[in-house]
Design a protein around this ligand. Structure first.
Ligand code: ADP
Ligand code: PAZ
Ligand code: MN
Length: 902
């Protein structure tokens, strides 16, 4: 037990920091960024030292439940981690516009990767220079996107304050949450409000606003998004959304049209190279302001919702109204084209009350969207630009708005120019402000460093803030419980009906199949962005640009139906397993319930509008076998989906499966299949010696074929697979395995065994050189890895090939993880000299085998067997985003064996 007293020189930046009181769970860092106390440190006692004549606290006494020698206390200003923060939140930037405040903040995960001795040895063997995080300019963590109405600035300030977002900081060189904030803390902000509200920020939060130019920020944000986020941009024509893959080398020049309160039109020629070429005062503020006056609506969303039931023909003067129902075809105008917005109101003897608010809203929306589209086109024409990207929250992911703008651009340019929209539409300025903290940090990030995730609340709120921020797990669960009713609301379909065009120059009114607008459609297009600077593109991909991890397109309704049914049906079973994995206690049941609600909400939301989740690619065939689950029906939802046109873009199963794993993790189910995996590993390890004996009695050629058949056979041991579960009732693992192996007779669908055999064994008496290094991607636990892949690894090792076993970083279904694998190998090595020597040479046995290894140390002539993590936490691997360890290991590999993992 140690007892320290901090120096009197310790300062506290904000009185709010003290509110943590005894509940403070950790002090993160000292002056030099050295950790002082971790969140795991138990505070036995704490009290503040006050200056007699002021309330200002000057120091504190701490008693910690750990030895003094472990900690160094330094003088410094200590950023606190309050109990309601689950993360160490490090930074924040704002865009305070005429209508909305956009806030982006970064939270850093505690680094959970355990650098044990084993992992270090493997890294050394692979020649990875201590994969040091500090060599990356940006720390891993998450970017969150939040918005508030500017008129409710106080809510925003409360949010910042409750999450203590203004405490972490960048220093001049590093993005470093461990650097203490100083008394002159600054927040980067852009937009007019950065000027208007600077004093208020100083007063309320004690921070200064560092102003960043709005246009600079818009451009920086747009460039970043277009380069770093996969499928950021999409087209939207006649109700059909399609993601566009932007070629980074062919991005400039383009026209950026930001539709906020007003509209800025910017020609972008490169990073930081741009010119604001035009603008218009008829923008989002105009629609919302004028719309409110004319319809008495209380919110923007209400106004937009009204438009969906509107018929603008009652107010707008159409060409047909002027031409007696006829087209004016000579100049290309159909009778239904709007000749004059609101034009009918001049001749009618009607007052405002005589018009339906629905019609007024639609008329206004069309007038403004069309006008902006037209001005944008004219500017594109002026500078010969073909691509126009639209941003700003006026768009709000609203199908009809986008269709109208697209139509205008298409119509006036006669198809020459194209309107594109951005998923993070409203956050361009805020992102730019965020990036301005450090010019060589965020903007160096590339697509493969970013992983997009949709947190549990997304289907309900679309990422909007309702009430105080959710802090701990318990709050999350309560929130799920509270919102369970809301869950039914989200199944209401979003009106996405394509407006039919009527020949030249006009639309019909949007058909109104749904009456309500989802709480916030646009925000759901924005997940939380995980920054993972250690991820890399797998270096052996021949053509990363062409690589597509998903193999089946779910826009095929049959596929879609199949997968949604499977996932919904499996949910109760998964919850049972998850709860059991945590000992079945009440707390686990409650979490299980909340997980089920959250994931069902995601499923329901996805079925409504798959494209809401951005690009979800397509599904994966190998998962058919993986997910043959029990029945429970969600046909009502499916039926609705079947009714909707395939206008929602693509939907991918791999991403959906990952979302499910993430959702489990969110409710702290870190490994639902833990005990199942253990049981199967043990059962398989028990029969491994028999199998190895059998193999060793075969001649080389038979053995090689048997090994490959064995890999195929063992891959059926796949949890969740109905067939697999049934099999378990029919015999022991080794019996099932042998039986399955016998069924794996050639010819196979892909049947290149002879080529492989020749490469391995040679022909006409010539012995080929063994492979230098083989990467073996392993799948599942139990028989799959132990009876399938390990014997194959052993065969390669026997031939003098280095073997790297590649496994998942995080648990997903019953997939073995890189953390679990060394123990399995160690156990297997007890029965096999080849594996033992190789595992020892590879540094895998450092602590697992110390007893059995006595006397066997130091056989340096063995080729090593190693384990690396793949960087993935999903049942399907995406080779565009793998761990840096795997990327390093791949560089010397001349054989890659992929088994399972999609
Ligand atoms: N919830 C909302 N409240 C107010 N306006 C909204 C909302 N959602 C979308 N909008 C539209 O977005 C516009 C603001 O867009 P934004 O890009 O944030 O501009 P600004 O920077 O001027 O605030 C509003 O004028 C309105 O047309
Ligand atoms: C003044 C502004 C840059 C402010 O940005 P906003 O808050 O609208 O996002 C913008 O409203 C604008 O470009 N207005 C159009 C002014 C014009 O060029 O006519
Ligand atoms: Mn703005």
């Amino acid at each position: 037990m140690g007892n320290w007293e901090l120096s009197d020189q310790v300062n506290f930046r904000s009185k709010q920091l003290l509110q943590g009181g005894k509940n403070i769970v950790g002090l993160m860092a000292g002056l030099n960024g050295d950790p002082i106390l971790g969140i795991d440190d138990k505070i036995e006692d704490l009290h503040y030292k006050n200056n007699n004549n002021s309330n200002e606290v000057q120091g504190l006494n701490l008693t910690l439940a750990r030895p003094k020698s472990k900690a160094i206390l330094r003088k410094g200003i200590l950023p606190f981690l309050l109990p309601n923060q689950s993360d160490d939140i490090s930074h924040l930037a704002l865009d305070i516009g005429g209508s909305l405040i956009k806030l982006i903040y970064f939270s850093r995960h505690e680094d959970q990767s355990v650098e044990d001795k084993r992992k270090k040895t493997v890294k050394e063997r692979l020649g990875i220079s201590n994969g040091n995080r500090r060599s990356y300019p940006v720390l891993g963590g998450r970017l969150h996107f939040v918005k508030f109405e500017t008129s409710k600035l106080n809510e925003c300030l409360d949010f910042i304050s409750s999450k203590q977002l203004h405490c972490g900081r960048f220093d001049s060189h590093h993005w470093n949450s461990e650097t203490p904030a100083n008394e002159n803390a600054v927040i980067k902000a852009t937009g007019g409000g950065a000027y208007k509200f600077a004093d208020l920020f100083k007063e309320r939060l004690g921070v200064s606003i560092e102003k960043e130019d709005e246009m600079d920020c818009l451009v920086a944000g747009a460039n970043f998004l277009l380069k770093a986020i996969r499928h950021e941009a999409f087209t939207h024509m006649e109700g059909h959304k399609e993601f566009v893959q932007i070629d980074h080398n062919d991005l400039y020049p383009y026209l950026l049209v930001n539709i906020g309160s007003g509209v800025s039109i910017i020609k972008v020629d490169g990073d930081g190279k741009f010119q604001r070429v035009s603008g218009t005062n008829v923008g989002g503020g105009t629609y919302w302001g004028l719309g409110r006056l004319l319809t008495k609506c209380n919110s923007f969303d209400e106004l937009l919702e009204l438009s969906q039931r509107g018929d603008n023909g009652t107010i707008d003067m159409l060409v047909g109204d002027i031409y007696g129902g006829m087209d004016y075809s000579k100049i290309g105008l159909s009778a239904s084209t709007i000749a004059s917005s609101f034009g009918k109101a001049i001749s009618d003897k009607k007052e405002l009350e005589d018009y339906r608010p629905e019609d007024i809203s639609l008329s206004l929306l069309r007038m403004i969207s069309y006008n902006i589209g037209q001005i944008s086109y004219l500017n594109a024409l002026r500078f010969g630009l073909k691509r126009i990207f639209f941003g700003g929250f006026f768009i709000r992911g609203h199908a009809y708005t986008m269709d109208t703008i697209s139509f205008a651009v298409q119509f006036w340019s006669q198809g020459e120019a194209q309107a594109m929209f951005l998923r993070h539409e409203g956050y361009l300025g805020a992102l730019g402000a965020f990036m301005s903290y450090q010019k060589h940090g965020l903007d160096d990030l590339m697509v493969h460093h970013l992983v997009e995730r949709f947190p549990m609340g997304a289907p309900y709120t679309g990422g909007r803030i309702h009430g105080p921020p959710l802090g701990d797990l318990n709050e999350k669960i309560s929130w799920m419980e509270k919102f369970v009713q809301k869950g039914t609301e989200i199944t209401a379909p979003v009106p996405m009906a394509p407006p039919g065009t009527t020949g030249l120059g006009g639309f019909e009114v949007p058909s109104s199949r749904g009456a309500t607008l989802r709480s916030d459609a646009s925000a759901l297009n924005v997940g939380v962005l995980h920054l993972v600077p250690t991820l890399e593109v797998f270096p052996l991909l021949t053509n990363p640009k062409m690589y597509e991890p998903n193999t089946i397109d779910l826009s095929d309704h049959k596929e879609l139906e199949y997968w949604f049914t499977i996932l919904s049906e499996h949910l109760p079973d998964l919850v049972d397993k998850a709860v059991a994995s945590e000992g079945g206690i009440d707390d686990a049941k409650r979490r299980g319930d909340a997980f089920a609600r959250a994931f069902s909400a995601h499923l329901a939301r996805l079925m409504e509008e798959p494209a809401a989740y951005g690009n979800l690619g397509s599904a994966n065939l190998s998962l058919y076998k993986k997910l043959t689950f029990r029945c429970l029906c969600t046909y009502n939802l499916l039926n609705r989906l079947m009714e909707e046109p395939a206008a929602y873009g693509k939907l991918g199963l791999a991403n959906l499966l990952e979302l499910r794993e993430e959702c489990l993790r969110e409710f702290q189910f870190h490994d639902a299949y833990r005990s199942i995996k253990q049981r199967e590993n043990e059962a398989s390890l028990a029969v491994l010696p028999d199998l190895l004996l059998e193999l060793d009695h075969m001649d080389e050629e038979t053995r090689l074929l048997t090994l490959i058949e064995g890999v195929l056979a063992a891959n059926i041991f796949d949890w969740g697979s109905r067939a697999c579960v049934d099999l378990y009732h029919k015999g022991t693992i080794i019996e099932i395995y042998r039986m399955s192996r016998n069924k794996m007779q050639r010819p196979w669908r892909a049947n290149d065994f002879d080529i492989f055999k020749e490469r391995m064994l040679g022909s006409e008496g010539k012995k080929p050189k063994p492979h230098k290094r083989a990467l073996l991607f392993v799948d599942n636990s139990g028989a799959d890895v132990v009876l399938g892949m390990l014997p194959l690894a052993r065969e390669l090792l026997r031939r003098g090939t280095e073997v790297v076993l590649v496994a998942n970083s995080l648990p997903a279904l019953n997939d073995v993880t890189a953390m679990e694998l060394p123990d399995i190998v160690a156990e297997a090595a007890k029965h096999c000299d080849i594996l033992r020597r190789a595992a020892e040479a590879g540094g895998l046995l450092v602590d697992a085998m110390t007893n059995t290894l006595d006397g066997l140390k130091g056989n340096s002539s063995s080729v090593p067997l190693m384990v690396v993590e793949n960087g993935c936490g999903s049942p399907c691997i995406d080779l565009r985003q793998v761990s840096s360890e795997l990327a390093a290991a791949a560089k010397n590999a001349d054989l890659v064996i992929l088994e399972g993992m999609g």
